[in-house]
Design a protein around this ligand. Structure first.
Ligand SMILES: CC(C)(COP(=O)(O)OP(=O)(O)OC[C@H]1O[C@@H](n2cnc3c(N)ncnc32)[C@H](O)[C@@H]1OP(=O)(O)O)[C@@H](O)C(=O)NCCC(=O)NCCS
Length: 298
């Protein structure tokens, strides 16, 4: 077994491995390849793979979080090992490589996510679970029924939006999203990378609800073929309580279904009662739980 930096040509193997451990995540070969080839600017993001006889059996990435005002906060992301290759030191070696990279960046405060079975692995390495996220799935054959549109609301695809105005709406809506650190430092460049220019963003299915010229609510669709991920659904604080998040999301799901999507996935903080209620009413069913874990690495 050896640990090495991932290269763009690892993308298919990395996606195949991820599908075994996290079948509900939606990131295809094209977007994985692009992320490895052109990492997010400013994050000092580094991907590692574990390889056995030329086969990719594990993955982890490590980076500085630049979307929060909390200084020197980092992430070890999606550390996972193929079930057939566990308990042979690959996970620990990937963890060591990720940790060394964060050390070099001067980062001590670190977040990772763990499945229930792997909480002991995380705890032994200094992490403590802080909160849960629920992953849910909704088959779209048929999609949920359409909803009536209030007279003052106009539904548009996000291609109709000015990207700067949409960025500002996204920032305003993200401010109170539950998290371990505030998401209060998302730059326009980072947003362009993560959202607007992302190869998987389906800008025709992604939907915004306008009230006058205000973006009142929106729901984003990222796709990998016939599978989709609801990247973010949100309503601006001043437009909440009118069902606009559900309206935007139902419309986005229906448009995605028309465009060939057969199953939708999403994740929500267990503390995000309004979004969980919307998803349950739409028919989403839980498929997995992950635990956010924080550590102060010595
Ligand atoms: C967590 C995970 C990455 C561990 O991968 P792994 O390759 O099994 O990890 P390792 O083999 O390095 O270590 C696992 C345990 O096996 C032990 N081990 C290592 N080599 C061993 C061997 N030859 N024989 C028996 N046990 C061994 C390690 O000591 C370790 O035990 P410890 O946690 O008590 O120290 C893997 O279980 C996984 O993919 N989980 C799902 C994703 C997830 O939740 N990740 C959490 C990220 S924090």
């Amino acid at each position: 077994m050896r640990i090495r930096s991932a290269v763009p040509d690892d993308a298919s193997a990395v996606v195949a491995l991820r599908a075994v451990v996290y079948p509900y995540l939606v990131r295809g070969v094209a977007s994985t390849r692009q992320m490895i080839a052109e990492p997010p600017p400013g994050e000092q993001w580094v991907p590692f793979v574990a390889e056995v006889n030329g086969q990719v059996v594990g993955w982890a990435s490590a980076y500085r979080s630049i979307t929060t005002s909390e200084p020197d906060f980092g992430e070890i992301s999606l550390l996972h090992v193929h079930p057939d290759h566990r308990r042979r030191g690959a996970g620990d070696a990937l963890f060591g490589a990720a940790r060394q990279h964060l050390d070099q960046l001067g980062i001590r405060r670190v977040r990772a996510w763990a499945l229930a079975d792997s909480l002991d692995f995380a705890r032994k390495r200094g992490f403590e679970p802080t909160r849960e996220a629920r992953y849910s799935a909704l088959p779209l054959d048929p999609p949920p029924p359409g909803e009536p549109v209030p007279d003052d609301v106009r539904l548009v695809t996000v291609t109709d939006l000015d990207d700067r105005r949409f960025y500002e709406a996204h920032i305003a809506a993200s401010a109170d999203e539950p998290g371990d650190v505030p998401a209060d430092a998302i730059s326009y460049e980072t947003w362009r990378y993560e959202v607007w220019d992302h190869v998987a963003l389906d800008k025709v299915a992604s939907t915004a609800a306008l009230v006058g010229s205000d973006v009142a609510a929106f729901s984003l669709v990222k796709r990998d073929g016939a599978r989709m991920w609801s990247d973010m659904t949100a309503t601006m604080p001043q437009h909440r309580g009118r069902g606009l998040a559900r309206l935007a999301k139902v419309t986005a799901l229906r448009r995605a279904a028309e465009r060939g999507v057969t199953v939708a996935y999403t994740s929500n903080a267990e503390s995000n009662a309004p979004m969980l209620a919307i998803n349950e009413r739409l028919g989403y069913r839980p498929v997995a739980t992950q635990f956010a874990c924080l550590a102060t690495l010595g």
